[in-house]
Design a protein around this ligand. Structure first.
Ligand code: ADP
Ligand code: MG
Ligand code: MG
Length: 200
């Protein structure tokens, strides 16, 4: 993957998070402590500041650097979890991945996030978007870049009726029902940004 595409992907992810930071904050105000927008903004601003240097590295190293930057800058629960996700993708992906490589790497990265968060699918977290994305990638087929955003956004919406059992939202118990999970929303935003940048 060339440096220009890696830079484009970094900018697309950062732009999406910066453009939707207030929305992520509002979602986290409803069922958490209201910092998810700021946390993610801080993390992706730091990634964006290093975009040229990161994009110059082979994809696996670039992803690992994004992961360590997110761990350092995002904070909260989501920092280590998104950090783990990107670091695991960096560990699993070859420099020029196929769709099959992406499906396999995302499966491994999801396992790493689960281990880090002691969490499972269905607990109203970012995993509830990452899981369906992995399934769609594994199924493959034509036009993935144009189909995956709907998968991701539908999966984020589908966290609304769930009761949170992990993270701060779990403190609310039944009262977490009816709200979209902020981390699920940020995962959908990142996936959509990546697909749009690749498809464009
Ligand atoms: P904090 O909750 O520490 O303030 P953030 O607000 O940045 O951190 O991130 C909250 C998001 O992190 C949640 O919406 C959820 O998607 C995700 N999350 C929290 N705990 C876990 C966990 N144990 N496993 C997976 N995801 C989690
Ligand atoms: Mg929070
Ligand atoms: Mg917090």
């Amino acid at each position: 993957m060339n440096a220009a595409l890696k830079k484009k992907l970094i900018e697309a992810m950062a732009d999406a998070i910066l453009a939707h930071a207030d929305e992520l904050t509002v979602l986290d105000q409803a069922i958490g402590d209201g910092d998810h927008g700021l946390n993610m903004k801080r993390g992706f601003e730091a990634v964006l500041a290093e975009a040229d240097a990161i994009a110059a590295r082979p994809l696996p190293d670039a992803l690992k650097t994004i992961g360590t930057t997110l761990v350092m800058k995002v904070g909260g629960a989501s920092g280590p979890l998104y950090g783990t996700l990107f670091m695991a993708l960096g560990k699993e992906l070859p420099p020029e991945p196929t769709i099959a490589d992406l499906a396999r790497a995302l499966a491994a990265a999801i396992e790493a996030v689960k281990a880090r968060g002691k969490s499972e699918l269905g607990q109203k977290t970012m995993l509830d978007v990452l899981g369906p994305l992995q399934v769609a990638l594994a199924e493959g087929g034509a036009d993935l870049a144009s189909r995956l955003p709907a998968v991701a956004n539908g999966a984020a919406e589908a966290t609304m009726p769930l009761k949170a059992v992990r993270g701060r939202a779990s403190f609310l118990g039944e009262r977490s029902i009816g709200h979209m999970d902020p981390g699920a929303r940020s995962s959908a935003l990142l996936a959509t940004a990546i697909c749009n940048a690749i498809g464009a």
